[in-house]
Design a protein around this ligand. Structure first.
Ligand SMILES: C[S@@+](CC[C@H](N)C(=O)[O-])C[C@H]1O[C@@H](n2cnc3c(N)ncnc32)[C@H](O)[C@@H]1O
Length: 232
């Protein structure tokens, strides 16, 4: 059974088998209680994630959770909330789950799934808040960005009224583009924004992500921050 799972694992990620696989891909099998890589299982959980967490606590979403420093701390601070994290890279998923386990947090699930596909596996009003930290700005190809007008159409479905979107980025243009985009949307409102999070009133409660640490230490870059409310 174990062997079959390992032999068939590639089918979830590739069209044809490869000669060698990333060693972290196989490690996905070691954490069935925390990592879900099977799209069918994710889609079956649509509107039923509370059953997966075995409670009725709010469910929040992080898109592009990286190596998990942010969610490790957020989930530890908020044990009365559940978190679904989307990440594509095998190594980052494994590093994240190890951090969560070390903290003995049971309120996090990692899904290997693209943020663009949320409507397939999240139901109406299923999500309370969304965190997107340092998403790829796609400088040469901005239409590939995760945060664009069509993303808000998905949020119209999955995000509860009163739910918030929290965004952080080193990329000044992405920050300004989002501020402009939200101005055009009548059901979303920017409730707070700053181009310099680390010199703002939020600096003491802010949880630094891996990329944030990097931009601060290596490049001494200002960090942009936006909080958006879904008003109706
Ligand atoms: C620049 S990193 C930021 C990671 C982390 N949030 C941080 O701040 O340190 C972006 C992350 O998003 C993941 N990612 C990229 N495109 C994605 C997508 N469409 N859906 C979900 N995750 C994605 C990448 O694998 C990567 O780990």
């Amino acid at each position: 059974m174990e062997n079959n799972l390992a032999n068939d694992l590639w089918k979830h990620f590739f069209v044809t088998p490869k000669k060698n696989y990333n060693k972290y891909m196989l490690q996905l099998l070691e954490y069935p209680e925390c990592i879900i890589y099977d799209k069918k299982i994710m889609d079956e959980n649509r509107s039923k994630w509370s059953e997966q967490f075995k409670n009725n606590n709010d469910i929040c979403l992080e898109i592009g959770s990286g190596s998990g420093n942010f969610i490790k701390e957020l989930a530890f601070r908020n044990k009365d909330k559940n978190y679904i994290c989307l990440e594509l890279r095998f190594k980052r998923l494994i590093l994240s789950v190890k951090k969560i386990k070390k903290n003995e947090s049971t309120n996090v699930r990692f899904l290997r799934r693209r943020g663009e596909e949320i409507e397939n596996f999240l139901g109406m009003d299923e999500i309370s808040d969304i965190y997107i930290n340092f998403p790829d700005p796609w400088e040469e190809n901005e239409r590939n960005r995760i945060i664009k007008e069509s993303f808000f159409v998905s949020l119209d479905v999955i995000l509860k009224k009163g739910g918030k979107i929290f965004f952080k980025s080193d990329h000044d243009k992405y920050y300004n583009d989002i501020l402009q985009l939200v101005e055009k949307l009548d059901n979303y409102q920017v409730v707070y924004h700053t181009p310099d999070l680390h010199n703002s009133p939020l600096k003491d409660i802010n949880i630094k992500t891996e990329f944030e640490q990097l931009f601060l230490c290596k490049h001494n870059k200002n960090i942009n921050y936006i909080e958006i409310n879904k008003v109706k």
